[in-house]
Structures are given as C-alpha cells and as structure tokens.
Design a protein around this ligand. Sequence first.
Ligand code: SAJ
Length: 424
Amino acid sequence: MKVAIIGLGYIGLPLTFLLSSKKYDVIAIDKDMDKIKKLRKGVLPFARNEPLFKEYFARSLQNKNVVYTKYFESIKETDIILVSVDTPIIGKKPNYKALDSAISQLAVNIKKKSIVVIESTLAPNTTKNFVIPTIEKLSRLKVNTDFYVAVVPERIRPGYIYKQLTSFPRVIGISSPKIKSVMRKIYKDITNGELDFVDLTTAETVKTVENTFRDVNIAFANEVAIACEEQGVNVWEVRKLINKSPFHNMLEPGAGVGGHCIPKDPWLLASSVIKQSLKITRTARAINDSMPKHVLELAEKSLAIIGRKIKNTNLVILGYSYIGNSDDSRNSPTKDLVKRLKMKKAIFKIHDPYVSPYDQTNLERVITGADCLILMVAHDYYKKLKLKDIASKMNIKIIVDGRNFFDKKQAQKNGFIYKGVGNV
Ligand code: SAJ
C-alpha cells in the first residue's frame, strides 16, 4: 500500500520511518526544503537524541521506500494520506494555517476512494466543519462517496516516541464504517495497542480532553504547592503521602508547563465550546502559566533575606527545554522566566545540555561567582552537580529549585538559602 505523510515533525517523521519499516511505500511531504534536503542526504533534522530514531531512519534508508518531497502531486498515487502538521494556538485561539495549507493542496491531488487521516490535534468539530468541507470544495469530490476521512490523534511524547507509537492504544474516528477494516490494518501495523473506533468529533474530543485533564491536574499540584509554601510544609512530602492512599495520584508541581501539547490542547478544547465557558480549564492554564513568575518571586524572596534585589544580580539558569532529557524547547517555561528577568534588568546565564546555544555554556564557569542558581529543568545531566562544589564556587549561595531536584536539607547544610516550589 502506498501512503503519503504530510508534515515531517515529531509525529510525521517517526511515522514515516515506522511505516517504511513495515514495507509501506511512503511519500513524505514537508514545506521545509532544508529539512527535505537533510533527509535525502540521510541527516536527521531534529531530535537526534531520541531513542531508536537513528536506527529507524537508517532502516528506512536501506528500504529505499521513502520519497521526500515538498510537492503534493504524487499524492495521486497514494491510498492513505496522513496529515501531521502543527496546530498551534495564537492568543489562545487555534491557528490552522498549516492545516489549511496541507488540506487545500492535498484536496486537488487526492485520487478517488483515498482516505485522509488527520493525526494532528484539532479542536472538536474541526474535521466536520472545516476539513471535510474544504476538501469537498476544492476536489469537487463527496465525502464517504469519493473519499473518506479519519481522525487518529497522535499519542507520543518526545523521549519515548517509538515506545509509545508502537504500543499505545489509539482512538480512531472514522467518517464511514466502510473504512474500518483498512484503518484497522494500517494501525495494527503501527501499534500493538488497542484500537477504539468512534466518530470524528469524539476522537478530537478524546485527544483534547486527555491533555486538558493532565494540565488541570498539574495546575492542582501547583496550587497545592503554593498553599504548602504558605503553610510551611513540604509539598513533596504531602504528595508522597497522598499518593500512598489508593486511587490518588497527585501530579508534580513545578516551574511551569511547556511542550507542544499540554499548553495548547486546553485552548483547542475551549475554542470548541461557545455557549459555556470552561472555567476549570481556563483557570488551570492561568495557574500553570504563572509558575515561572512564581519561581522568580522565590528568587526575589531569597535575595531579600540578604537585602539584595534581582536587578544587577548574577543568576544562572539550569534548563531551557520544556522537559528533562530533551532538546525540545517549545513553549518552555524558561522562556517566560527569561522575559521577566530581562524586564527586571537581571544579569543571567543559561545552561542546557541539549538545547543550542546553551549547550555551549560552560557550566562550571557560569556557576563561579553567581549569586543565585535557578533550576528549571530536571535534566539527568545535572545529577553530577555536587552541592559542596557549587557552594564553593558561588558568590552568594542561593538555590531556587523549580523541580524538587536538590535535597533541601543538604543544600542548607552547605550554606545555601534554598527555596523550592512548594518547599520553602
Ligand atoms: N509537568 C509538570 N508536572 C507533571 C507533569 C508534567 O509540571 O506532573 C510539566 C513538564 O515539566 C512539562 C509539561 O508539564 O513542562 C508537559 O509535560 P508532559 O509530561 O505532559 O509531557 P508532554 O508535553 O510531552 O505530554 C505528552 C502528552 N502526550 C501527547 O499529547 C500525545 C501527554 O498527553 C502525555 O501524558 C505525556 O506526553 C506523557 O506523559 O507521555
């Protein structure tokens, strides 16, 4: 079977390599010619430290069954077209520019009886109200007569892409029962996980609610952390004991919520509900977005203990990616912290072992003489930092811990003023 994949990002590219390994002929389409050139030369354009990525890529090159192109014409030869373009939000509203471009170009190239599969995350009812009408208008074809549509939201996380892609259950929204068997076949080739068939809007709703659920639960953990700071208790001890009781799973408070899914999907969900306003969803977003500011306030409170202000203070920030052990800095909380530090005229250096150019920062040199160390991302790389060594190098010994990374008692034993989110 010949498939086309439109959008070679964190979803589309792993899918290209996986389907190639399953002996599908793949037309891999992306608008970024630089990315196409790299892939044709056998160079991975991103996520080079993603487990199994290099191996799957090498195998697909040996299979010689992937054509990389920016042009849509060859879609005419394909039976299934998978769309995995980004669906960002701008000002809390969905931005479907990339989706519109992909759908409009595929519409004028699809052959009869082909299936358009949307893997991108969409606000509920987008496929029904936008994708299908756009294809019908531009192709003059009729859905469920001349072409079919499916919505199969991706469920992968950088750092675990192939493990999750090949094992997670998938929700498959279909425009007609006529495509159930062929959709089952292709997704059985992708994952060993359970396949659940639903309608298009249910599939879109499951995905956006899934991530909103996570965002709300993280926000609750953050709100408890702020309460614990005021109560003078350690949120991490509270959380550990709560989670010992059956059926309780409080998530982790921290320095903020970044990434390509969690900060975005609640707004996609909220945009689809017009008559009501999703109060918990919106409040949770506001709480999580406020955490970098909260970290900055902890730094200011620490400095105030010794009569210092953040202005003209030498800070070192550990971590720029949105999550530990990843080079992905999309919607990273550190970006918001940096913006605030600049407004306060603080002097700061950023280190991150995976994100350029901060991977070039000499960690030992920036710690030397610093007045305050702020940990934003729990990279395993930082486990080699010894509190005793840091203490001997810093000018003023202040640690603000955004991810419960350091041991507070040990830090205090080494002379640090230590303030962690939820543990001050
Ligand atoms: N975070 C917290 N506290 C937590 C968990 C996460 O502050 O308890 C922060 C992280 O530091 C990060 C952000 O939230 O900045 C997102 O972290 P994440 O663990 O949710 O990782 P993501 O963004 O890669 O989420 C993806 C999602 N998967 C898809 O959208 C397909 C999410 O639904 C998954 O639950 C998550 O991966 C996962 O755990 O696999």
